[in-house]
Design a protein around this ligand. Structure first.
Ligand SMILES: Cc1cc2nc3c(=O)[nH]c(=O)nc-3n(C[C@H](O)[C@H](O)[C@H](O)COP(=O)(O)OP(=O)(O)OC[C@H]3O[C@@H](n4cnc5c(N)ncnc54)[C@H](O)[C@@H]3O)c2cc1C
Length: 388
């Protein structure tokens, strides 16, 4: 504990959000330290795995608006690092035609003039083979959507951050944060000081925020990441132009079910349930509930006849949910030089570049590029020891 290095900013947590924030800070000539508790890369948070869906299809305009710029930022990173991070596949959105959620998806796409196609019951199977569209369901395709290569994206942005002079220290768990005009951060290996700190600790956010007398209404759930085997290899393959898909609600459940074409594991299609069971992030594998897998099995038997309704591979990941499923992007209510990015509620990966930009703006005291009112802490009337 002999070091006491000084930085402009310390970012805690090297998942997708912390890595993009650190990169943006370094781009803005800030001397930046990115601290990560595990050896990188790791599979214990929320950002690991090979793929994520990127889409403009949302129920709320503010996400669709942010995604406009976000696509450009992903492309910019691809160019800077000469690497491919995005593959366009389209996103098929299905749901009960008369339901509020399906209609919101559809109208947001239309209102924002996102390139899209509406499928009819008659032409559905011609465009989307091997999928049964449920009675009463509508279907639209967000043409702009696709796959992000997640692990590769993380490696790329961390590499670009280092090229800009940023410092990553992994296997260094932050044990304490002492707020003040200069914030002191103690890790398992050193003591650091900075003008500002950004907390992007994913499922561990509340554990870290304890040191600053703040608790947010976050719930951490374990997601069973399931891969399903094709009966005929290639039927749902990305090369056959099978799209990503999202079912807003169905016979089996009110929560979303989403999937990606077979790609990373040959012959296996990733299909997940957009909810899981509560867990402590340090005890993730003790959560063994499989009721989500039962729901997926029933759905796959009913609507995806080309897949064996038994998962071939099950991996683990975590969501950090807020009550309204919108992110937290804000200053700490008591300490303006502590910035928080949390509660990405299972849909934050695609926003990484724009979240990085926004958290960087907040930590530099700049006016954020977007209206952050949906993401402010005050919406929770959070229970804090110090009054909000
Ligand atoms: C199965 C699954 C599918 C998903 N699909 C999509 C999708 O298709 N599209 C999409 O946009 N989003 C998707 N998401 C959501 C997206 O992946 C997350 O919103 C995003 O990864 C959250 O990133 P994060 O940086 O906040 O958290 P994390 O990736 O968990 O990063 C937090 C980091 O902080 C570190 N940390 C914590 N405490 C400390 C400490 N004390 N000291 C040092 N380091 C610490 C952790 O080790 C971790 O590395 C999915 C998520 C899951 C789980």
């Amino acid at each position: 504990m002999s070091t006491k290095e000084e930085y402009d900013c310390i970012v805690i947590g090297a998942g997708v959000q912390g890595s993009f924030t650190a990169y943006q800070l370094a781009k803005n000539n800030q001397k930046t330290l990115l601290l990560e508790q595990f050896v990188l890369p790791h599979t214990r948070g929320s950002s690991h795995g090979q793929t994520r869906i990127i889409r403009k299809a949302y129920e709320q305009d503010f996400y669709t608006h942010m995604m406009e710029e976000c696509y450009e930022l992903w492309a910019q990173l691809e160019r800077e690092a000469s690497v491919k991070l995005y593959r366009q596949t389209g996103l098929l959105v299905m749901g009960p035609e008369n339901s509020q959620s399906y209609q919101l998806f559809k109208s947001t796409l239309q209102r924002n003039k996102v390139p899209m196609v509406t499928l009819t019951r008659d032409n559905f199977s011609q465009h989307i083979p091997h999928v049964n569209l449920a009675e009463g369901d509508g279907a639209v395709v967000d043409i702009t959507a696709g796959i992000l290569y997640a692990d590769r994206a993380l490696k790329t942005v961390q590499g670009q951050f280092q090229k800009l002079g940023g410092i990553i220290r992994d296997k260094e768990k932050v044990m304490d944060i002492k707020p003040g005009p200069i914030v002191t951060v103690s890790s398992s290996a050193g003591v650091y000081q900075a003008k500002s700190v950004v907390i992007t600790a994913g499922p561990w956010a509340n554990k870290l925020l304890t040191h600053t007398d703040l608790q947010l209404p976050l719930e951490v759930v374990k997601i069973n990441v399931c891969y399903w085997k094709e009966k005929v290899p290639g039927s749902y393959n990305v090369k056959q132009r099978f799209p990503c898909f999202l079912l807003t609600e169905g016979e089996e459940s009110k929560e979303h079910i989403y999937g990606l074409p077979s790609n990373e594991y040959p012959g296996l299609v990733k299909i997940c349930y957009h909810m899981g069971s509560k867990t402590d992030p340090d005890q993730r594998d003790k959560q063994t509930d499989r009721s989500d897998i039962d729901i997926l099995q029933r759905y796959i038997s009913r609507c995806l006849p080309g897949l064996l309704p038994e998962p071939a591979v099950v991996e683990s990941c975590m969501y950090t949910l807020t009550p309204d499923r919108h992110f937290v992007l804000d200053h700490h209510p008591s300490y303006s030089n502590i910035v928080i990015g949390a509660g990405f509620s299972g849909h934050g990966f695609k926003f990484g570049p724009i979240i990085g930009k926004l958290l960087c703006e907040l930590s530099l005291g700049q006016v954020p590029s977007y209206d952050l009112s949906p993401f402010r802490i005050r919406r929770f009337q959070a229970k804090t020891k110090s009054a909000l």
